[in-house]
Design a binder for this molecule. Structure first.
Ligand SMILES: [Zn+2]
Length: 433
């Protein structure tokens, strides 16, 4: 959480905070490697019926990514306050079927590990609408959650769940401790990257975790961002990009240690890290942990030059994409975008794509139809348009490129009748029948 009352590690410049200290180690050797310039908020879609007045009112913020030479954390240096970033936060995890199944399986896995579930307390940081707390409770665990999004957690509280409407910090952790005792397991799924003040989180963890308990958190992995050139994952909402090397140093500062890491089936680019208290935790370090550490050293995740090279690589993908779009335009063919997400905003913004490059963007979600993309204000239409022989475009630029198999399977009619897909990352390519 970031607001104006918090201790400063940088300077407020108008509406954003320019960090001059590292989020993890508070060192001042932050070295920028990627400057996206002034960009709109990746999730800042403009509602249906928006026009010139709304477009002119749209705010833009600098987006600079830096590497800490002391602890290797890759981080957003220009922080937009939480109240601006999540003004309209309506992300309900339970609406996503694959997430519900994932957490049901995860709860069963924990229940197998801990036969006496009724004596065990599981606390979730960023519990959202209870997509994980619910199956945990069904499995017999005592549960508690923390989440600052009041509108999202309200139904959970009504159902009798222990939820602190707050960020995870010593205060909310203290309340749980008083009511339910110390936690056997603290979990978090894809919420830590959204938190600026990680010291508060770690103070909460050390306060609430049993000496022999553990913390298991899921985050998007820096290795995926580097290997697949996922610069489209880098935006204001995602403040930190994690490697084992940086997390290890960070946890040490708090008297904790990482002992295991696992891939997560539903989020291909993410990893789950396991952490215990140093000295009192009894779990040995696993092979997966050792292999990851060796690999990160081999690939120099702890060297600035890696990130300077990275910039060169993503710049090449931008040039290749622009060249391809220009040659398609010269043939008089039409191109549209697919997938109105934050990642789409980032690709369009970094590549400077406008209405001259893409006629419009399509999406599968009915709620987005009629809205406009941030920055370049392209209209969002239904993806059903691909199946209309009179309206369908010649090319579709796939912003949701990691789902290209699912999308091409869904639009076989378009594909089979000569429609072509453009994949922007990790390497620009055209896919046709
Ligand atoms: Zn640092």
């Amino acid at each position: 959480m970031t607001n104006r009352n918090q201790p400063r590690r940088g300077q407020w410049v108008g509406e954003y905070l320019n960090h001059n200290q590292c989020r993890f180690c508070h060192g001042t050797r932050l070295k920028d490697f990627l400057d996206f310039g002034l960009v709109p908020l990746a999730g800042g879609f403009l509602g249906k019926g928006s026009g010139i007045k709304e477009f002119n009112r749209e705010r833009k913020y600098p987006l600079i990514i830096a590497f800490c030479e002391d602890c290797y954390l890759v981080q957003v240096r220009t922080i937009v306050p939480t109240e601006v970033l999540y003004k309209d936060y309506f992300y309900f995890s339970s609406a996503i079927g694959t997430l519900v199944k994932h957490f049901q399986a995860y709860a069963r896995e924990l229940a197998d590990l801990f036969p006496n579930t009724s004596e065990r307390l599981v606390v979730e940081i960023g519990c959202n609408d209870g997509v994980f707390l619910k199956p945990l409770k069904q499995a017999g665990f005592k549960v508690a959650g923390v989440d600052p999004a009041q509108n999202v957690v309200k139904p959970l509280i009504k159902d009798g769940y222990q939820v602190a409407v707050d960020g995870f910090n010593p205060k909310s952790a203290g309340i749980i401790k008083k009511k339910q005792g110390l936690a056997d397991i603290i979990v978090s799924s894809n919420s830590l990257a959204h938190i600026d003040d990680m010291d508060q989180v770690m103070m909460g963890v050390t306060e609430l975790l049993k000496p022999d308990g553990y913390l298991a958190f899921e985050v998007h992995y820096l290795g995926s961002i580097l290997a697949e050139k996922q610069y489209d994952m880098m935006y204001h909402d995602h403040m930190s990009y994690y490697s084992l090397l940086t997390l290890e140093k960070f946890m040490q500062r708090w008297g904790l240690e990482i002992y295991d890491v696992k891939p997560i089936p539903i989020h291909a680019g993410s990893r789950r890290f396991y952490v215990q208290k140093r000295g009192t935790g009894k779990r040995p370090k696993t092979n997966a942990y050792r292999l990851m550490k060796r690999e990160e050293r081999r690939l120099h995740y702890d060297k600035y030059s890696t990130y300077a090279d990275y910039y060169q690589k993503i710049e090449k993908t931008r040039n290749d994409l622009k060249k391809l779009l220009k040659s398609i335009q010269r043939e008089g063919k039409t191109v549209i975008g697919y997938g109105a997400s934050g990642r789409a905003t980032q690709i369009m913004s970094f590549c400077g794509l406008t209405k001259a490059d893409l006629v419009y963007v399509v999406d599968d979600a009915p709620a987005k139809i009629g809205a406009f993309t941030p920055g370049n204000h392209l209209e969002i239409k239904s993806s059903a348009i691909l199946d209309d022989p009179k309206k369908r475009p010649d090319y579709v630029l796939l912003f949701a490129w990691s789902f290209y198999k699912e999308i091409t399977a869904k639009h076989q009619v378009y594909f089979q009748s000569g429609g072509k897909f453009i994949i922007p990352l990790p390497r620009v390519k055209v896919i046709d029948v």
